[in-house]
Design a protein around this ligand. Structure first.
Ligand code: NAP
Length: 244
């Protein structure tokens, strides 16, 4: 049985490790967005497929038996393409997505918005800490007059206002350093997206303790009809039904 993992997340790497240990043939796919990606064990290919049709062709050429979409919860386009391509190819598809932060004790006090455009309008605070990802930055350009602290993994490709300060780094982050960062920069709001997981959760605890308002962009919906599980173990159980 050959499993295609659509990856680019820590969960996808953990899944590849587990399935290789279980003796399955695993092919992981990465988008190729970051310059030095952490590579999963097993076979890896890098780069887009060319839309849903390209992915369908790939599934057939590589004789894939099942697909696990373990991409980031906000990678909506590849998830849509995976749903379309697997349906057309008659293959099973499972979404692996870490739980969001809706269970955080402060979640009821946050302002939840649908997308980056709505986040721009959701706060008038002048010193935002912006952690919604490089691809969303363009939407926040109306904040050119504000003193925005931006944290991204890879250096942004667009030109940002001179009033903005950019930190390029990758988690995990700890509570103390997150709290200190927000204090040092005098941040007056945290703007983030519901990525979930523990790597970047500490900023939410720190913002809560500092009494900062928090704006959270909600996750895009999973394509209709695609089952979703939160853990690698649940993916293994799902796959076991096909191997048996
Ligand atoms: P996206 O908007 O859903 O996808 C855009 C296009 O990138 C897709 O149509 C596809 O190109 C290609 N692509 C995306 N993921 C791919 C994969 N795993 N393998 C091959 N091609 C892929 O996705 P995104 O938000 O740009 O995210 C790209 C990658 O970065 C994902 O693998 C995701 O897990 C990771 N990531 C994303 C975020 C985030 O916040 N969005 C955060 C951390 C990591 P074609 O149409 O040509 O096939």
């Amino acid at each position: 049985m050959t499993v295609l993992i659509l990856g680019g997340t820590a969960e996808a790497r953990a899944l590849a490790r587990e399935l290789v240990e279980d003796g399955l043939a695993v092919l992981s796919s990465l988008a190729g967005r970051v310059s030095a990606p952490a590579l999963p064990v097993g076979e890896v290919r890098i780069g887009g497929f060319g839309g849903a049709e390209g992915l369908q062709r790939f599934l057939e050429q590589q004789q894939i038996d099942a697909v696990v979409d373990a991409t980031h919860p906000f990678a909506a386009e590849i998830s849509r393409n995976a749903a379309t391509a697997t349906r057309a190819a008659g293959l099973p598809l499972l979404r692996l997505a870490r739980p969001g932060w809706g269970d955080h004790p402060d979640a009821g006090r946050w302002t939840w918005v649908a997308d980056a455009q709505a986040a721009v309008l959701a706060t008038g605070a002048q010193r935002p800490f912006l952690t919604t990802g490089r691809q969303t930055l363009e939407a926040f350009l109306p904040w050119a007059e504000r003193r925005v602290l931006v944290r991204v993994v890879e250096r942004p490709t667009i030109t940002l206002p001179v009033t903005w300060q950019v930190i390029c780094s990758r988690g995990p982050y700890r509570y103390q350093s997150e709290r200190q960062l927000m204090l040092d920069h005098g941040c007056d709001v945290l703007v983030t997206k519901d990525s979930g997981g523990s790597y970047t959760r500490a900023k939410l605890d720190a913002a809560g303790d500092l009494d900062l308002p928090v704006v959270v962009i909600s996750r895009p919906p999973v394509p209709p009809g695609v089952p979703t599980v939160p853990t690698v173990a649940a993916v293994s159980r799902w796959l076991a039904a096909f191997v048996a």
